[in-house]
Write a protein that binds this ligand. Structure first.
Ligand SMILES: Nc1nc2c(ncn2[C@@H]2O[C@H](COP(=O)(O)OP(=O)(O)OP(=O)(O)O)[C@@H](O)[C@H]2O)c(=O)[nH]1
Ligand SMILES: [Mg+2]
Length: 330
């Protein structure tokens, strides 16, 4: 795009897309407006931001004067290496998957619309945990409003489809379309750049479930034809276990994070609970994760890991590798 948006602006935009209340959205828009480069190429964007801020201010005023009957809403603070939302048509096996990968125990039943509210569980993979949220089903006529907010706030999504039912592949398409209607687009990868700041893209794995059913293989052929160019596809039987361990690893890897262990000078590293940060993170970014003030205070660091000598001194901008051990000096 010609407006040459800065990384700071894009970060604010990302926060905006994840904001869940009018107040949060307005605060993000104000930041975006401050950060948008003020020149000809961004005039349209500046105007859009202004209109949006005006609408939101009005909405907030209206809400104060006439509080709406608030629908249910849910917020799940992120825990672990990342947060996934599990989506799908009724009966696809979403809740069964959550019971298989975590210790959560949502109801699983043969009839559709079993799940009425979200359930959260933590999935273990090696020494990290990933947060998974099971949701009520999505159909052309049924999408709980809070579900799309949760999708927009998540790091990634899993769309489940039912290989035990001829309609399974198509019911999943409905799920994607229904979310696209509320400007939430699920794709195998987020686009590198985008023009419309109101659209949220959420990177998504497609999970084809119930491969144990008669006829599942034929339906899987249809699924591959429909979706292989758009999503990574994982084939499982949530009920009987096929493919589940591969899926567990894929769920972690798809987050594109690395594990980093910290140690204090003169002490062995804490190898029990790594920090996780995006691939490409630097020493100073890790310091900020360990403690808010550490990023400013960091003087130097030593590192043990791949591509460095044991205990090598590195600068603030050194890029970390998976499983590095880092000693931060402040
Ligand atoms: N044969 C077989 N049955 C499965 C599999 N996964 C789930 N089921 C069954 O499918 C039914 C629906 O599973 P749920 O996990 O409740 O489905 P859901 O997607 O959560 O359904 P809603 O909450 O209604 O949206 C249950 O009877 C499960 O036991 C599978 O891999 N194979
Ligand atoms: Mg369910």
């Amino acid at each position: 795009m010609a407006a040459n948006l800065t990384p700071q602006y894009l970060k604010a935009e990302e926060e905006y897309k994840k904001a869940q209340t009018p107040d949060e959205k307005l605060a993000c828009l104000k930041t975006m407006f401050q950060l948008v480069p003020k020149h000809k190429a961004s005039e349209k964007l500046q105007a859009e931001l202004k209109t949006k801020m005006k609408d939101l201010k009005e909405e907030i005023e209206q809400d104060k004067k006439h509080p709406k009957k608030v629908g249910v809403s849910y917020k799940f603070p992120k825990q672990g290496a990342g947060q996934y939302i599990i989506l799908g048509a009724p009966n696809a096996g979403k809740s069964r998957l959550l019971t298989r990968l975590t210790r959560a125990a949502p109801e699983v039943a043969t009839f559709p619309f079993t799940t009425r509210e979200p359930h959260v569980g933590m999935m273990d993979w090696q020494d990290v945990k990933v947060q998974l949220i099971d949701t009520p089903p999505i159909t052309p006529d049924y999408l709980e409003p809070y579900v799309s907010s949760l999708v927009r706030a998540a790091d990634a999504a899993i769309v489940m489809l039912d290989l035990g039912d001829d309609d399974g592949p198509f019911a999943a398409e409905t799920v994607l379309e229904r979310l696209a209607q509320v400007k939430t687009i699920l794709q195998g990868e987020k686009p590198a750049t985008q023009d419309d700041y109101s659209i949220q893209y959420v990177k998504t794995l497609l999970v084809a479930n119930k491969i144990d059913f008669d006829g599942a293989q034929d339906r899987l052929d249809i699924v591959r034809e429909m979706y292989a160019s758009k999503f990574p596809i994982h084939v499982i039987s949530a009920e009987h276990g096929a493919g589940l361990e591969d899926l567990r690893e894929a769920i972690y890897r798809f987050l594109n994070v690395i594990r980093v262990y910290t140690k204090q000078p003169g002490k062995p590293p804490d190898m029990t609970s790594p920090f996780t940060c995006p691939i490409g993170s630097t020493v100073v970014e890790l310091a900020g994760l360990v403690h808010r003030d550490f990023a400013d205070q960091l003087k130097s660091a030593r590192i043990w890991g791949s591509g460095v000598h044991d205990g090598q001194a590195v600068g603030r901008e050194h890029v970390l590798g998976d499983k590095d051990v880092v000693e931060l000096h402040i």
